[in-house]
Design a protein. Structure first.
Length: 284
């Protein structure tokens, strides 16, 4: 079996072919998937991507899924995992009712679910307001967030706690040493940022537009969202068949859970907020 994991980020299995915008580990191939999938027709038995499709603009999703279809062999399996718009919308409406009725828990859940819905589409800096929420001192609805977002949210919450514990006043070195270090630091910083400084001078106020544009094209932003209906329709449009909604552990892929892509070794679900869908390329 030949397996392909697209937009793998830090989540990959070493026996698979793994591809991402930037190299995230040993053997990961750097490639921008908006340019297509850099493999010949019918070269994989399985194509998988998790929390990638929503990073493409709506009008490029069809091209991308047709590329997945192209590189699959006849009867090959496509597994698509994406945030579940339907569950976000249902959770939002429930939290809205609770918040409106004066529940503090409902209000906190309402604040979070709005971030899930919008922050990833509109933020201008990495991590956005979701990261700020998860790294703050008081998180009133930690259990709710962990149930929705799993290990990634847990790691951010723990990082925030760790940083707060570590933040002690930095010891200031002796004056001469301090001044030399400062000069070296400024020089290195200037070298690294020379291009940016020139751009800033040239573009003036337009520089922030460039920064936002660059960030929006970096692969972090959500450009569309899917539910079981729209994703089924799209898969069908791209020539796939036998389309089914799955759980994290169910799959057409033999021994799926052994790869620990949608589940952890202890059986915990990696991204519980997900919509899991599978489809087959028609046999020749
Ligand atoms: C939210 S992360 C998901 C990572 C991993 N699949 C997971 O489920 O944890 C999205 C990943 O897709 C990658 N990505 C986004 N746009 C891409 C593109 N045009 N080409 C290649 N990779 C892209 C990002 O670099 C990032 O690693």
């Amino acid at each position: 079996m030949k397996y392909l994991n697209l937009g793998c980020g830090n989540r990959f299995h070493t026996t698979w072919t793994n591809l991402n915008f930037t190299v995230t580990g040993e053997g990961v191939i750097a490639h921008n998937l908006t340019q297509g999938i850099p493999f010949p027709d019918a070269s994989f038995d399985v194509v998988y991507h998790s929390h990638l499709l929503e990073h493409f603009p709506k009008n490029s999703a069809e091209f991308f899924l047709k590329e997945c279809h192209r590189v699959l062999r006849p009867a090959g399996i496509l597994r698509v995992v994406a945030p579940d718009l339907e569950q976000i919308a249902r959770t939002y409406l429930f939290a809205l009712e609770q918040a409106n009725a004066g529940s503090l828990e409902g209000a906190a859940n309402y604040e979070w679910i709005l971030l899930e819905m919008y922050d990833q589409a509109v933020r201008h800096t990495s991590g956005g307001e979701m990261k700020a929420y998860l790294t703050r001192e008081d998180i009133p609805n930690e259990d709710f967030i962990l149930k929705r977002c799993g290990i990634e949210a847990k790691n951010l919450i723990e990082t925030g706690r760790h940083h707060r514990q570590q933040s002690q006043p930095i010891k200031v070195p002796e004056n001469r040493l301090k001044n030399s270090l400062r000069r070296i630091y400024r020089f290195l910083r200037y070298q690294a940022y020379r291009r940016e400084i020139l751009l800033k001078l040239l573009l003036g106020r337009e520089y922030s537009t460039l920064q936002i544009g660059r960030f929006r094209q970096s692969g972090e932003i959500h450009q569309w969202m899917y539910d079981r209906y729209s994703l089924s329709m799209l898969l069908q449009q791209c020539g796939l068949e036998q389309i089914v909604q799955r759980s994290a552990t169910e799959s057409y892929i033999p021994n799926w859970t052994s790869f620990n892509l949608d589940t952890e070794p202890d059986g915990a679900i990696y991204k519980p907020d997900s919509l899991y869908m599978e489809a087959l390329k028609p046999a020749a």
